[in-house]
Design a protein around this ligand. Sequence first.
Ligand code: SF4
Ligand code: SF4
Length: 431
Amino acid sequence: MEFKNLPPVKDQLMKCVRCGKCRSVCPVFSEIKNETAAPRGHVFMVQMLRDGKIEPTSDVYERLSRCLMCETCSVNCPSGIDVHELNAAARSYIYDNNPNIGKELIFDTMWTRPGLLKTTSFFMWGAQKTGLQKLARNLGLTKLLPGDLPQAEKILSEVPLHSARAQLPLVNEAKGEQKYTVGYFLGCATDLFNPEVARATINVLTHNGCKVVIPRDLKCCGQPHVANGKMDTARKLMAHNIKIFGSYNFDYIITDCASCSAALSRKNMEFLFKGLKIEDEAMAFSDLVMDLTQFLIDVIDVKIPEAVITEPRVRVTYHDPCHLANAQGVKTQPRELLKRIPDVEYVEMADANSCCGGSGTYSLTHYEMSMKILDHKMDHAMETGADYVATCCPSCSMQLRHGIARHNWNARVVHPVELLNAYYNNMPDAK
Ligand code: SF4
Ligand code: SF4
């Protein structure tokens, strides 16, 4: 579809009344204080691109790519403009006019092939285990990496040898009476970097009467592609996943990754597929998708017996992933789930819904800005004195772990489902 005919470009540009409300909430603008970094400035740039008043150059891409895609501006815009979608559409348009071999390799060759992604993570594991990564750092070889990667490679968490997919069976039967058949959308980051979250998800779902199927030939949700100017590739990935899930008959499709559920949401389907042949199929697929914490609270209404309470309770705070809170409005369910775990003492941090600066690949491409935003987040998190920072997004988790290391703080980052799973495992009947 042509750039000027994409839904947000066609329908929303004229709605901007230049009120500046978006500017006052944008974490990047609050650091840069320059109109070209403000959401309103991005809307204006997209309008000029559409009208041919500026050329789709790499320089314009660079300016637009300073945006985190956190959607804070979009949820606060009184005119209902999806500023982040305008930005993503413009990035794709510009990228198509300035293709680049590095990006093709990463986003079209590697990130569309789960086998290649797995091989890459295996090499990363090897580099970490053999000390090669440390050696390369000490020898200054990481400085040869492109862009901000020399600094940003430190953010990468420890890579496990075995992916979640390699550890978990295709079908996981419900424990006790079966209530639902659930398809688990196991995202790349959870699969390759956080298999313990996937194991906890399966245990908690099966414990609560769900038969859980993990389709094997799933591909990336396409979220990193949309953020990096590769909308066409995102469409292909999504169309593939829709077909895979369409061959099952699930009651729900559940994911523990905020970025995946945002990518699979109705809103994103409209953005990618509105007016295309696959639109209805995409919407029907999307209607089955739900975030794990939302499912556990709103559908299962999980009840947790006070079987064992370890004293003192663990102090837990929660960070809202933008892709969950802003993109999907899911804020109460993760907190409610944490509060229902008997050995958790929940403490809210200030500005819990402000971005952590991770935003998928942003911390890898804009390290300095990402760290400024992260440091604000860490100030608020550390004020709580929590033992655990819970969050529902692997990218936020990685960023927060980096923040904890950066500030020498003695806390751990977990997904809420890991705490619930640990509690279940400590219950007497689990032994
Ligand atoms: S808040 Fe919305 S209407 Fe106001 S300047 Fe920003 S994009 Fe335009
Ligand atoms: S999506 Fe976030 S970072 Fe981007 S312009 Fe909007 S508020 Fe700023």
